[in-house]
Write a protein that binds this ligand. Structure first.
Ligand code: BYC
Length: 331
């Protein structure tokens, strides 16, 4: 019943015998699969970890609109434009559910927003790469949303109720996004040689960043062990990465594209693909703010926030006026 010591990475977690009674009781609820709800007692560290992960997740959805939004005016047909517009709007919706989920833990939307705009808060590394061609929009849907689904399906079963429930709808929408990306690439791969080359070039550039999206190797992951004990994460970064690669390689074969990894090989014994080592220096550099588009992405969010100031002011003025109108109606 009680959690075993989990040692998945850099940090070792405590067994329930080593915990204070209230903490052990909380862990026992988690181990029994009872969902934690906003008004329940919870350790500060559990709350803090959730706010960290959920707010980063929300920021990723919001910043994630930018690379694709960049192609809204250049989508090749009206139909593609409508589909892309709907996808980008879905991402905005995901960001808002997630900010709301973080608010149920006592986080303030203004603080989360301020942390994103000051560069203090992280968002997914993947969105710091440029979308150079239309095929990149296919690659984002296929690879990036594909990676997101692998990561997020288990979160539908995580221990915190509002986060788990938000993920159900998000995952349904992400699977539509993944299919639309695959469909863009399928069209290109069955078109002219130039179109197929464009698809291959997009795969070459997006493959490794999407493999790194799952986070650092388990050995370098500071949060995994504790998050797994609390069932905020149900799989380690490396487990999810392996699942992602096993699922994606046959899809690349179907498209007739080559994954840019000379070490990629089916392993009969393990029943999984072996693969090469991502460039972790690149990953950590992107996290530190030195990716190809970090500055541009942050500036776009700052501009949007400043440009929206008049809307916030108008909404606040309207909210102030409303009670007075009600008072007048009652008189
Ligand atoms: N990028 O100890 P670790 C989407 C950070 S949205 C940036 O393993 P953890 C989509 C990590 O935060 C996709 N930072 O951390 C949207 C930690 O730093 P802090 C977003 C990363 O939390 C629009 C440090 O590295 N999905 O799909 O146990 C259009 C050490 O890592 C990254 C989610 O957010 C990264 N890739 O595991 C299309 C899902 N990886 O916070 C698509 C929810 C790691 O200690 N999040 N870091 O300063 C998670 O599942 C987990 O937070 C992660 C990381 C697996 C991402």
């Amino acid at each position: 019943m009680y959690a075993q010591n989990v040692d998945t990475g850099a940090k070792r977690v405590r067994s329930t015998d080593e915990m204070a009674p209230d903490e052990a009781a909380f862990q026992a609820r988690i181990d029994e699969g009872i969902k934690i709800e906003p008004k329940d007692e919870m350790p500060d560290a559990y709350r803090k970890t959730l706010v960290r992960q959920i707010s980063q997740h929300a920021h990723s959805e919001i910043v994630g609109q930018l690379p694709e939004g960049n192609w809204l005016t250049r989508a090749p047909t009206l139909e593609r434009k409508l589909i892309l517009l709907a996808k980008v709007q879905d991402e905005a919706g995901h960001g808002l559910y997630l900010y709301s989920a973080a608010e149920t833990l006592g986080a303030s939307r203004d603080d989360m927003q301020a942390d994103l705009l000051s560069g203090k808060a992280k968002y997914s590394s993947i969105f710091n790469y440029p979308t150079l061609t239309w095929a990149d929009i296919g690659a984002i849907g296929w690879l990036v949303d594909g990676a997101a689904i692998i990561n997020q399906i288990p979160i539908c079963r995580c221990s915190y109720g509002p986060y788990a429930r938000a993920m159900v709808r998000v995952c349904k929408e992400e699977s539509f996004h993944q299919r639309q990306g695959f469909d863009i690439l399928h069209k290109l791969c069955t078109g002219t040689q130039e179109q197929k080359d464009m698809a291959q070039d997009a795969l070459n550039r997006w493959w490794w960043p999407s493999v790194m999206m799952h986070g650092p190797r388990d050995a370098d992951s500071v949060n995994t062990a504790q998050s797994m004990q609390w069932k905020i994460k149900l799989f380690t970064n490396d487990e999810l990465r392996q699942k992602y690669i096993d699922q994606t390689v046959p899809q690349a074969d179907f498209l007739g594209l080559t994954i840019p990894d000379p070490d990629l090989k089916w392993n009969e014994e393990t029943g999984h693909y072996d693969f090469g080592e991502p460039d972790w220096d690149e990953f950590w550099n992107v996290l530190k703010g030195y990716g190809p588009c970090n500055q541009e992405r942050l500036q776009a969010r700052i501009d949007a926030h400043e440009g929206g100031a008049w809307v916030r002011e108008a909404a606040a003025a309207h909210a102030e006026k409303r009670p007075r109108r009600r008072e007048a109606a009652a008189a």
